[in-house]
Design a protein around this ligand. Structure first.
Ligand SMILES: C[S@@+](CC[C@H](N)C(=O)[O-])C[C@H]1O[C@@H](n2cnc3c(N)ncnc32)[C@H](O)[C@@H]1O
Length: 433
């Protein structure tokens, strides 16, 4: 029997943010070396299929693809889909990027008229001149790389699903540019972006400054354009499947996946949609759609009108946790937090059933999880996932715990009231079906 290869800590550190993984800093992302180790650990044969149903910035799909596997990656957030897509860009186009970009910026400068969408979501942070400058770049990218017949400037991009890798790359440059412009609206919580309270708070940026920031980000990304084999491009393209989908309902055939490597959404009330609000605004996502997206996300702080029924299949640890939250005497424990956790575990359990549907017999599932606390009650997510996995007859083959000081629970300063020191553990669970 082969010795089990070890799996390095999934946390990203400054050494693991080089290359494409540094193109967009996703606070929820894990490291490329973790995916590499997990694939080695799973001993999967050449040509196998690897899925990440919560693909985020596309770490799993990039590494799986580079290592020669057929990669499937889905995320419900179109922003993350575009970022994952950009990461697949072939190094063969590196030398053409500057030329294409010159064209984009020339066209953007030529657009003298104010171009913006009616009810432009960028109005949350910027005055009309600034919106116009951002939209002119976006419109140029769209016209040049997405749809040359994009006649109406007032219409938003609506085919996020089939943007090319190249168009996605330029969208990421613009995402990062606007991230710099919204800095006054960022908070100590890295996942929360405020909006202007009134017109006096709207930011004004000169076109030349916006272009300067945009260009310096582009240069930085070109410098980080690490080698991604340009051999057999066609073959590689056939081996990557990225899309926007809900992990509860994946567009994949049953029994077709050899391995799943993923980290599910955290259970610490992170609002994944709001955390990418500036990027969604660039895509022209209107307020109503933002709300719909927020509600569909697992772990959302939004509470639906209809709270799902608790299911005994969620396992005893989960049920005890939910019960303790319901009985906790702190404010809003029953009226809000209890509902929030029920929603979260309902989404997770439905997703596990879906993963079981698509995973082949003897398929491997490797998940990264973090435990957390509600007040003084331990939310033992690794144990809860273990029980949910056992419920679909998966066998747990390994559990590795890593202590972490960078915890998602720590993004909320109020949690410290209950514990002076928040020790969380990051856990890697490996199952076999
Ligand atoms: C912990 S992050 C994954 C990060 C990823 N491993 C990386 O390296 O970037 C979890 C992801 O789940 C996504 N998500 C939340 N609810 C979802 C759902 N119902 N279906 C699919 N994806 C969802 C979020 O948008 C988020 O990107």
């Amino acid at each position: 029997m082969l010795p089990e290869p070890s799996i390095r800590n999934p946390k990203r550190d400054k050494h693991t943010k080089n290359g494409r993984s540094g193109w967009y800093e996703y606070y929820a992302g894990y490291s490329s070396h973790f995916v590499f180790d997990a694939i080695k650990y799973a001993h999967i044969t050449e040509g196998s299929t690897i899925l990440d149903p919560w693909n985020g910035s596309g770490t799993t799909t990039q590494i799986a693809n580079e290592m020669g596997y057929i990669a499937y990656g889905y995320d419900i957030n179109p922003v993350m889909h575009i970022i994952a897509k950009a990461r697949q860009l072939d190094v063969g186009v590196k030398n053409s990027i500057n030329t294409i970009n010159k064209d984009i910026l020339i066209k953007a400068k030529r657009n003298r008229s104010f171009v913006y969408l009616s009810n432009d979501p960028l109005q949350a942070w910027f005055d009309t001149a600034t919106i116009s400058a951002i939209r002119n770049i976006e419109y140029s990218i769209r016209k040049l790389l997405v749809d040359e017949k994009a006649i109406s400037r007032k219409r938003r991009l609506n085919n996020f699903d089939d943007l090319s890798d190249l168009a996605s790359f330029f969208y990421v440059v613009l995402f990062r540019t606007v991230r710099q412009l919204v800095v006054p609206f960022l908070t100590s919580n890295p996942t929360w972006v405020k909006v202007a309270k009134d017109n006096s708070q709207l930011q004004h940026w000169e076109v030349s400054d916006i272009h300067k920031i945009y260009k310096s980000i582009l240069d930085e990304m070109i410098n980080e354009f690490d080698l991604y084999s340009s051999n057999s491009i066609v073959e590689r393209k056939n081996r990557i499947n990225l899309g926007i989908a809900n992990s509860e309902d994946l567009p994949i055939h049953m029994n077709s996946i050899d391995a799943i490597i993923s980290s599910p959404p955290y259970c610490t009330r992170i609002d994944y949609a709001i955390s990418t609000r500036p990027e969604l605004a660039i895509l022209g996502f209107p307020e109503e759609d933002l709300d719909v997206l927020r509600r569909k996300m697992i772990g959302t702080p939004k509470i639906s009108r209809e709270i799902p029924k608790i299911n005994t299949n969620w396992g005893s640890t989960c049920l005890e946790f939910i019960n303790s939250v319901a009985q906790h005497n702190s404010k809003a424990a029953k009226s809000y937090y209890y509902k929030h956790f029920v929603q979260y575990f309902n989404g997770i359990n439905k997703s596990i059933l879906e993963l079981d549907r698509v995973l082949k017999k003897d398929g491997i599932c490797i998940l990264v999880l973090q435990d957390s606390y509600f007040k003084d009650i331990h939310n033992d997510l690794p144990q809860i996932f273990t029980e949910m996995g056992q419920n679909v007859n998966w066998k747990m083959t390994n559990r590795i715990d890593y202590n972490t000081n960078k915890s998602m629970a720590n993004v909320n300063p109020k949690t410290k009231r209950y514990r002076s020191r928040i020790l969380t553990t990051e856990t890697v669970l490996a199952f076999i079906k």
